[in-house]
Design a protein around this ligand. Structure first.
Ligand code: FES
Ligand code: MG
Length: 591
């Protein structure tokens, strides 16, 4: 029995694992251990159970979160994996964020969830921690927190939902939510169709079934080497997903024994691979913000991956995965085509395969020990390098006087490519309320060549940088059949959305020096994706004069007086090109 030596007052407590971690909290380490055992035994654990490595499992089940509806089953399977391999699994909750039930935005809560995750991992005596997440902001929040906590952490993704069906057409949240809603606005489908569709767009538990932010972050987590490759794509409701959970439990015991932490595993090579995958899957623009936030949590890597890195890597990477919104299919198709294993084999010449993975193997070893032979269906969904959907640069980074610190565009999601090289007069909306009030007005002075500009939806301007960047086509133009226009904002766009949309313009419009903030109706905007340019045709003098006028507005002072998390958020959030994290949470915030 291991219990006797624990209480031997003549012996120091040396082991740092299990309940013996961080024992200074009651001054006397023997008493601290004794007290912990008193309370953990109230839950019925034996000395034998408590002598095992303790594997925490973060439970993000919430009845408000359908993307996490399978978390209880995943916990059960993960526990089985832990316990079959000699560990003791102990679950605990953190907050859970669902995209649609997180007012004002889920992004506003991402940093809060990362703090919750980091502090609970640090606080509790666990040797490794399985982090179960899935919905858009939860996985980045957990990885950010996990890197900062720097204990061994293992992401376990809830997985994508199955596609639905309506009148013989497959449907998936939420690209098809948007397509069908746009068709309804344009009068192409009626109220009965749109109501019936509403029942089918999210037909099972799991995350959005297209290459939205959740799927993108799942693929990126696998590309970073932090979880089994199939963990990115297996459906939430599949038995494969439960086996991945069991495998994650087994991995957790091994990772705990090796004390393999995220700061050890993640290197510049890992981030290179993540960005290659992001470009090849036509992933969500949100992932750019999340990856920057993640890398900036790493003490050795902070500042070494920038917006420019995404653009530079993208120039060599073709879009290969044919999923909505850039292509036509669903996550289940990607999984059935071989998923991340097939994709990484295809991308192998572009990857840095010396990167380490969670199991201690390099990526090269993972690929060498799990070969993949492409078949017809697989090459339809995951194109070979010689037959891409888009030759390169699915995601591009633009600079210019309108975005001195950068802006992001998913060029591959623009179906009307003439808009990628476009100049037109701005039609400016000062904020979301202004947009809502005027976008459908018959009097709006707008043509199909206008450039729609929405201000006030940046990280500070509308806390959490809402996904309002997909500015709707003004109704009078939609009714004439206009499907796409060049649209700009300092906000984000759902990963499930498409169109010619420039996002994350920095500095955001509410900041004193923001040029976006001083654009007016009729100013000519020039977007040239090939040259990576985004400009407003104003003289430097005119810009300086307008900025001076703007600086006299009191809005900046006002926002810094708020209480609570909102006040913290507005005071501390950094800009999109830094990850929209809180400055004090970043690795640079340490110095
Ligand atoms: Fe959760 Fe889309 S709403 S992933
Ligand atoms: Mg989303």
């Amino acid at each position: 029995k291991p219990s006797q030596p624990d209480y031997d007052l003549t012996q120091p407590i040396t082991a740092r694992s299990g309940l013996k971690q961080g024992l200074a909290n009651y001054g006397d380490p023997h008493f601290s251990l004794f007290l912990r055992k008193v309370f953990i035994k109230a839950l019925g654990y034996s000395e034998e159970a408590l002598s095992r490595p303790i594997i925490g499992i973060i439970n993000t089940y919430s009845a408000f979160n359908p993307c996490h509806a399978n978390v209880p089953q995943l916990i059960e399977a993960a526990k089985r994996g832990v316990q079959l391999n000699g560990g003791l699994a102990i679950e605990f909750p953190t907050i859970s964020i669902h995209e649609s039930f997180s007012s004002p935005t889920s992004m506003y809560l991402r940093n809060l969830m990362s703090m919750d995750t980091e502090e609970m991992i640090k606080a509790q005596p666990l040797d490794a921690c399985i982090m179960i997440g899935g919905c858009d902001k939860t996985v980045p929040a957990q990885i950010m927190g996990g890197i900062s906590a720097n204990k061994p952490v293992l992401p376990l993704i809830t997985g994508p939902m199955m596609p639905g069906s309506y009148r013989g057409q497959r449907l998936g949240a939420c690209t098809d939510c948007r397509n069908n809603w746009a068709a309804f606005r344009a009068g192409e489908i009626d109220i009965e169709d749109i109501s019936s569709l509403n029942e089918e767009l999210a037909p099972t538990a799991g995350t959005c079934g297209v290459m939205g932010t959740a799927s993108t972050m799942a693929c990126i987590t696998a590309a970073l080497g932090m979880m089994p490759l199939a963990g990115a794509t297996a459906a939430a409701v599949s038995s494969a997903r439960l086996r991945i959970a069991e495998q994650t439990g087994a991995n957790a015991v091994a990772v705990a024994a090796a004390q393999r932490t995220p700061q050890q595993i993640l290197t510049l090579e890992s981030f290179h691979n993540a960005i290659v995958v992001l470009q090849a899957i036509g992933g969500s623009t949100n992932a750019v913000v999340h990856l920057l936030a993640i890398v900036n949590r790493h003490p050795d890597l902070a500042g070494k991956v920038t917006l420019q890195t995404f653009d530079d890597i993208g120039r060599d990477v073709p879009l290969l995965v044919d999923l909505k919104p850039s292509g036509d299919n669903y996550m289940t198709d990607f999984h059935n085509a071989g998923g991340m294993l097939a994709l990484l084999h295809t991308l192998r010449p572009l990857l840095q395969t010396s990167a380490m993975t969670i199991t201690g193997q390099t990526l090269a070893q993972v690929l060498d020990t799990t070969p993949f032979r492409p078949f017809d269906f697989s090459t339809q969904i995951i194109r070979p390098l010689t037959n891409p959907l888009h030759p390169s640069s699915s995601l591009v980074v633009l600079h210019g006087n309108l975005a001195p610190n950068g802006a992001v565009m998913k060029a591959s999601a623009s179906k009307y490519t003439h808009l990628l090289t476009h100049r037109g007069p701005a039609v400016v909306f000062e904020n979301s309320a202004d947009l809502a009030a005027r976008i459908d007005s018959p009097d709006l002075d707008v043509t199909r060549d206008s450039v729609l500009v929405l201000k006030g939806i940046g990280p500070i301007g509308n806390p959490g940088m809402p996904e309002a960047g997909l500015i709707p086509i003004p109704r009078k133009l939609a009714e004439q059949g206009v499907k796409d226009m060049l649209r700009l904002s300092d906000g984000r766009m759902s990963g499930t959305a498409g169109g010619s949309i420039v996002l994350h313009i920095s500095p955001e419009s509410v900041l004193p020096g923001s040029v976006l903030g001083i654009v007016r109706d009729g100013d000519v905007v020039v977007c040239d994706v090939a040259a990576r340019r985004l400009e407003v045709l104003l003289s430097e003098e005119e810009i300086a004069e307008r900025l001076r006028e703007k600086e006299e507005a009191p809005v900046v002072v006002e926002r810094r007086r708020k209480r609570g998390y909102r006040g913290l958020y507005e005071r501390e959030v950094n800009q999109a090109e830094e990850g929209a994290d809180f400055g004090f949470l970043t690795a640079k915030g340490l110095s």
